[in-house]
Design a protein around this ligand. Structure first.
Ligand SMILES: Cc1cc2nc3c(=O)[nH]c(=O)nc-3n(C[C@H](O)[C@H](O)[C@H](O)COP(=O)(O)OP(=O)(O)OC[C@H]3O[C@@H](n4cnc5c(N)ncnc54)[C@H](O)[C@@H]3O)c2cc1C
Length: 249
């Protein structure tokens, strides 16, 4: 570890790792900080991605592709279904392996990757510009300088706020989500389902993303406005009991 970097990136999710990878390929001296011990875990994602978007970033690799998706079903409250079919629709990933793969790409391109490195605050120069990061790493508190600091700390982001950017959202603009990874369930093997209903998932939807072998991510997101009356977990449990009574979580 040095005192001075071209770029310090906070957060080794896909955004942070891809930024670190490409900045390193471009010749920058890069440090990537991740607060968790394991990159890509815990998984907070239904793991579905469109093929075109993914392929614009990285070539699909069987190590982190759980399933190929050939269609999407959009299901209305009265169970009318729109089928959208496309041989190359997308994929369901294994996010833990995917996130690790991207961080490895960054490291192989020359970035230094530190896990258990918790960013605590930003440093500011006399001109008021961000010029470094304070973080803790194995009980030590370190302060390192960088020409550019990237906040890639995801949905919980605090880095933007530290830099003076207003990042707070209104409850109605936030989806509250919960997801089960279920096995022993009977689902279409290569179709992602989206169920829309004001009664079953107000202000959001329920998803079923198959991962192969009777395993699927089954989750729900509802508007924060409704979550204060009934939790997304209560909605999801009802859906699971009705649709997959023999499934295991
Ligand atoms: C329930 C749910 C389902 C979803 N399903 C899908 C889906 O099917 N398809 C899809 O494309 N997207 C989905 N998403 C969204 C997707 O997960 C995110 O868009 C994606 O993970 C964002 O990537 P990121 O790199 O910006 O942030 P993240 O993946 O959140 O990574 C941020 C990283 O920053 C680290 N970090 C945070 N604070 C600090 C700190 N102070 N110091 C150091 N490190 C820090 C975190 O530990 C984390 O590793 C879903 C999200 C949720 C919540």
């Amino acid at each position: 570890m040095d005192d001075q970097y071209d770029v310090i990136i906070i957060g080794a999710g896909p955004a942070g790792s891809v930024t670190a990878w490409h900045a390193s390929l471009g010749g920058a001296k890069v440090l990537l900080l991740e607060k968790d011990r394991d990159i890509g875990y815990p998984v907070r994602c239904a793991e579905g991605v469109g093929a075109a978007g993914l392929q614009s970033i990285v070539d699909p690799d069987s190590r982190w592709i759980a399933n190929k998706i050939k269609g999407v079903d959009l299901i209305s409250p009265h169970l009318k279904t729109i089928h959208i079919l496309n041989e190359d629709f997308g994929f369901v990933l294994n996010r833990k392996i995917f996130d690790n793969f991207l961080a490895e790409k960054a490291a192989k391109a020359g970035a230094e990757v530190l896990t258990k490195a918790y960013a605590e605050s930003l440093c500011f120069g006399e001109n008021g510009r961000v010029n470094g990061v304070v973080f803790s790493h194995f009980g030590r508190r370190l302060s390192l300088r960088a020409k550019i600091v990237v906040g890639a700390d995801g949905v919980e982001s605090r880095v933007g706020r530290w830099a003076g950017i207003r990042t707070q959202l209104k409850m109605k603009d936030i989806e509250t989500c919960v997801q089960y990874t279920m096995s022993n369930i009977d689902v279409k093997p290569d179709v992602c389902e989206f169920h829309f209903s004001r009664e079953r998932s107000p202000g959001g939807y329920i998803w079923i993303f198959p991962k192969g072998d009777g395993i699927a991510n089954v989750g729900i997101g509802i508007s924060g406005e409704y979550a204060r009356y009934k939790s997304p977990l209560q909605y999801l449990e009802k859906f699971v009991q009705e649709h997959f009574p023999k499934g295991s979580v």
